[in-house]
Write a protein that binds this ligand. Structure first.
Ligand code: SF4
Length: 448
């Protein structure tokens, strides 16, 4: 049975999709003709799985739109199964299927599996197929860490390694603790084994994943110690991690980052707001002053570190003055890049109880002011790279210009340059000669 997975949302979902492919492909209790086989061609797929995101309402709407497109395929071939996994599956469960619940969305959805139920997917799919009945399994299992499972990687060059699952922070705007459950860290040795193997298979750029990697702890190993050990693995060349929570980013971590040659000079550190009252309402557990001092420490230890962030404009109760604190903080810090959003309520989160929402028009206007300022800063930051020599991990031909190769600097900037196809999957030195938008242009320089 051929299956395809369409993945939405964050890198955690990308990693989970790779895990699901591995679980299905390695499921042996089937007749050979019934074995699961991954395909990237939806026309060949008999099982279509949507790995979904619930962070924003928009993300859910997009997936529902895609599911509705695929329902017409199912109407032509009734043997096709449609399944939903991930955060939206966890949030809505059986409500996704009208047959089992009158408030449902699509009766054509055949199965729903929550984030801790992926190991049961082979049985769920089989039962669904044999009995022609809808199945939803969304119980949390806080012991589930998908131990001893190696993902089937779909990305050819970069490996994402999940080090922990879930989140305990309950930021008041965020649905994640409700869709991913409580925090649990994977065993150290298992993570290190997975990183080593990824490197041996040619995935030289490894990103460690977790909702809040800074609070990783397994027995007496915290995140800095894990990073230190990962840095000693010979088979990899670059190490990254997302996402960091400012309240848990320790001096110890900064020291390890600065002294570990494989750890790249980039950190994504979501600030969300530059105003202490709003940060408190968001339940972020740090102040703007603490955040700024953390950035200073990072820059003192690694002067060339690139810093990126997430920001919310127009959170409930945000006044113009409070918004200006965010605007000014971004101006002061000068991020390399920022993911900026207007606040949008997620039902089920604490923030929906706040009754003083900022009018939609004002949220959008504030967002636009942040975007305008950040665009100027990002452009200036990229221009500052002109004349620098950068190490590039060559990933592919450029999507915009097939005559150019494309890769990333250590500080996560896309760089394009002329070169031979044989350079793909290698590390080269490139002199930056221009910056256009958010892409660097470079010239290959010969090795000494
Ligand atoms: S740290 Fe906050 S924003 Fe991040 S996943 Fe947890 S609750 Fe959501």
């Amino acid at each position: 049975m051929k299956f395809i997975i369409e993945t939405y949302g964050c890198q955690m979902n990308v990693a989970d999709s790779e895990l699901i492919i591995s679980i299905l492909e390695n499921y042996k209790s089937l007749q050979p003709e019934e074995m699961f086989e991954y395909t990237e061609d939806i026309n060949q797929a008999q099982i279509i799985i949507f790995n979904t995101c619930s962070v924003r309402e928009n993300a859910e709407r997009r997936v529902l739109g895609r599911i509705s497109n695929e329902i017409s395929r199912k109407q032509r071939d009734r043997s096709i199964l449609i399944g939903v996994v991930g955060c939206m599956a966890q949030r809505l469960g059986e409500k996704l299927n009208l047959k089992s619940n009158k408030r449902g969305i699509y009766p054509q959805i055949d199965f729903v599996a929550g984030v801790d139920q992926y190991e049961k997917l082979p049985e769920i799919i089989q039962e669904c197929k044999k009995k022609h009945k809808f199945i939803a399994q969304t119980t949390f299992n806080y012991d589930e860490n998908y131990t001893d499972l190696l993902p089937s990687r779909t990305n050819k060059l970069n490996a994402f390694v999940t080090i922990m699952r879930g989140c305990n922070n309950f930021c008041t705007y965020c649905i994640v603790p409700y869709t991913r459950g409580r925090e649990r860290s994977r065993p150290v040795e298992e993570i290190l084994k997975e990183i080593k193997q990824a490197g041996e298979e040619g995935y030289y750029d490894v990103t460690l994943l977790g909702q809040n990697v800074n609070s990783y702890r397994y027995e007496d190993i915290n995140f800095p110690k894990l990073l230190q050990r990962a840095n000693q693995i010979d088979s990899i060349k670059r190490l990254r991690f997302i996402t960091s929570h400012p309240k848990d980013l320790s001096d110890e971590l900064i020291e390890v980052m600065a002294n570990s040659e494989k750890v790249c000079e980039h950190i994504h550190l979501p600030v969300q707001s530059g105003n202490n009252e709003i940060l408190k309402r968001m339940n972020r557990n740090y102040t703007a002053e603490h955040y700024i001092s953390t950035i200073q420490k990072l820059r003192n230890a690694m002067p060339n570190i690139a810093i990126t962030t997430d920001v919310i404009a127009g959170f409930s109760g945000e006044t113009e003055e409070q918004f200006m604190d965010t605007f000014n903080l971004m101006k002061e810090i000068r991020y390399d890049f920022a993911y900026m959003f207007k606040y949008s309520e997620r039902s089920g989160t604490k923030a929906t109880e706040f009754k003083d929402s900022v009018p939609e028009k004002e949220r959008l206007a504030r967002l636009q002011r942040l975007i305008d300022q950040q665009t100027i800063i990002t452009t200036e930051k990229y221009k500052q790279k002109i004349g620098c020599v950068e190490e590039i991990y060559v990933e592919s031909f450029s999507r915009k210009n097939a005559n150019l190769l494309s890769g990333k600097t250590r500080d996560f900037k896309i760089t394009v340059f002329e070169g031979d196809e044989s350079l793909i999957h290698s590390f080269v030195k490139v002199k930056i000669i221009d910056a256009v938008g958010w892409t660097l242009k470079g010239k290959l320089i010969a090795d000494d």
